[in-house]
Design a protein around this ligand. Structure first.
Ligand SMILES: [Mg+2]
Length: 242
């Protein structure tokens, strides 16, 4: 094959084809809106997108609940009848506070509808992906058992659950999971969007051909701002051919 043209050559010797030397993964790009995802115009992109703190989020984060429980615990005011015992070690205290905070956070998540991080940006990203004949799949570390719960969350933010392929990685690290379970064949460019460094690092080390985006949601202006539903704009105005 003639390979005098450097751009052409580097395209065919990329990590995807696997018969050339190691190529370092592209640098991680930090974004706070889905509009900042740069799709190559070669077409057929595949987006692998996280759910928690990327697609949607809650007003309260776990560490907020934890701090709150810590205060209540030391004043002997928590639920579940757990209060400070003067003889307990700091480790015991920590374990108990963690336990209560987890229960309270779970309860909070069960009772509170999530908020989209960037409803309009997500809509526009979907539109761009479909126009390039590509696909967007979700890859979440939520467990398989949370399927119905996730369906409810999607409904609450106006995203149609059944339009998407959703992967529940459970205890498997995301890079390993994707390598084993998601076919990357036939796509020209693959993008991974997540808020957690550890997942991004794992994807980069297993699949260096993937462009990773770290999603840092914009701070919320007011804590109880009503969610802008995704359904505000029609998302798929034409049929998708796969
Ligand atoms: Mg996340």
């Amino acid at each position: 094959m003639w390979s005098g043209f450097p751009l052409f050559y580097s395209y065919f010797s990329s990590a995807e084809t696997g018969y050339h030397t190691y190529r370092p993964p592209p640098p991680i790009k930090t974004i706070s809106s889905f509009d900042q995802v740069e799709l190559s115009l070669r077409g057929k992109p595949l987006i692998l997108c996280d759910i928690d703190n990327t697609l949607l989020r809650y007003n309260k984060e776990y560490h907020h609940v934890y701090a709150d429980v810590e205060k209540k615990y030391d004043r002997g005011m928590t639920q579940y009848g757990m209060t400070r015992n003067m003889l307990e070690s700091s480790n015991q205290r920590y374990t108990k506070i963690q336990y209560i905070a987890k229960m309270e956070y779970d309860q909070y998540i069960q009772e509170t509808p999530p908020i989209p991080t960037d409803a309009e940006g997500f809509n526009r990203l979907l539109l761009r992906v479909y126009m390039l004949n590509g696909e967007l799949k979700f890859v979440t570390a939520r467990g398989r058992l949370s399927k119905e719960f996730t369906r409810k969350h999607f409904k609450q933010i106006g995203v149609n659950y059944d339009d998407f392929d959703i992967h529940y990685t459970d205890a498997t690290h995301k890079g390993e999971y994707i390598k084993k379970n998601i076919s990357l064949e036939g796509y020209n460019d693959i993008y991974f969007i997540d808020d957690l460094d550890s997942f991004i690092d794992n994807v980069q080390s297993h699949l260096p051909q993937i462009q990773c985006y770290k999603f840092v949601a914009k701070p919320m202006s007011t804590p109880n701002e009503p969610a802008a539903p995704y359904s505000a704009t029609p998302v798929i105005p034409f049929s998708i051919t796969r």
